[in-house]
Write a protein that binds this ligand. Structure first.
Ligand code: GAL
Length: 304
């Protein structure tokens, strides 16, 4: 059994950054994720060593500044929802937030899953933007990408700066890979529909030695299930079939991110699998994390 990772911040509070990501920026690791304490929000912590976490800011809250999305005049700007209360937290439900740094515009762009408080029927994505990674993001609204349903989601930035938004579409039956616009603020096009009808969630993508890997979970709500991975030499074409990843519950976790960690002593890069170990609907605040290095059996075969 892999131990639950339950870090605390500098104030002794548990780190709430669920369904999140850890990214390196200017010598720090930033951990961004869902925080449902009180009113729903997105939290940001940072660390030098991936062990001591400093809470930085609630980077998106129900009170965040709002501005209509430049290319999506119909995007819905609601973050606060009158008369409907989420089972946990209040306001609309923001899940799986992920941030990308755009080298051309110098902006940090957050993509996330947006729902009304008490169901998953809207199936929208939402976007927010900021000048600094841990500053106050401006909310640009929510929408259905090119009209599609969009639930669990992630982002991936390629070496040449091309960025993708990946989400579960069509009632979670299909996995969509969208290319983002150059400024990362909107969707450019739907590049690929992966594994139609196979019901995947919790996608996360990383790249090693020119090979892209996509981890996903099955769809069993908060309960963990067998994860899988697929690989490809292009983000768009040639994805392999899915192979099992982890045991029948992915060691009681659901994928959310893979973090490359460079070790200067050995010159090696370790790829850290980060999963949520959810406490479930009633035990949500007991949710912890799983962090474990991925083992590469070959350039295209992995396990934990
Ligand atoms: C999971 C999903 C989570 C959350 C949960 C709600 O399958 O990955 O992000 O939406 O369902 O039941």
């Amino acid at each position: 059994m892999i131990e639950t990772y339950r870090p605390i911040d500098q104030n002794g509070e548990p780190v709430h950054a669920h369904g999140g990501q850890i990214i390196a920026h200017e010598g720090w690791y930033y951990w961004i994720g869902e925080d449902r304490r009180g009113r729903n929000k997105v939290s940001c912590y940072r660390s030098k060593n991936l062990e001591c976490w400093e809470f930085r800011n609630h980077i998106l809250t129900l009170d965040s500044p709002q501005k209509q999305h430049p290319l999506l005049p119909t995007a819905d700007l609601r973050l606060e929802v009158e008369g409907r209360k989420a089972g946990i937290g209040e306001g609309c439900n923001i899940e799986r937030p992920k941030v990308l740094y755009n080298r051309k515009t110098g902006k940090f762009v957050m993509w996330m899953h947006w729902e009304l408080p008490d169901d998953y029927k809207e199936a929208r994505c939402a976007v927010a933007v900021c000048d600094t990674i841990d500053g106050d993001y401006t909310y640009l609204g929510s929408f259905n990408p090119i009209g599609h349903m969009s639930r669990d989601c992630t982002v991936f930035q390629d070496d040449d700066g091309t960025a993708y938004f990946i989400s579960s579409a069509r009632e979670n039956l299909d996995t969509h890979i969208y290319r983002l616009s150059e400024d990362y603020l909107t969707i450019d096009k739907l590049e690929r529909v992966l594994w139609p009808g196979q019901q995947r969630e919790a996608a996360t993508v990383f790249k090693r030695h020119g090979v892209y890997f996509m981890l996903t979970s099955g769809c069993t709500g908060w309960a963990p299930n067998q994860g899988s991975y697929a690989w490809s030499r292009s983000m768009i074409d040639g994805w392999s079939m899915r192979y099992p990843f982890g045991d029948e519950t992915t060691y009681q976790s659901q994928s959310t991110w893979v973090l490359p960690v460079y070790h200067p002593e050995s010159g090696e890069t370790e790829y850290l699998y980060i999963g949520d170990r959810w406490g479930g609907k009633d035990g949500y605040f007991e949710s912890g994390y799983v962090r474990v290095p991925i083992v590469f059996d070959s350039d295209t075969e992995i396990h934990i």
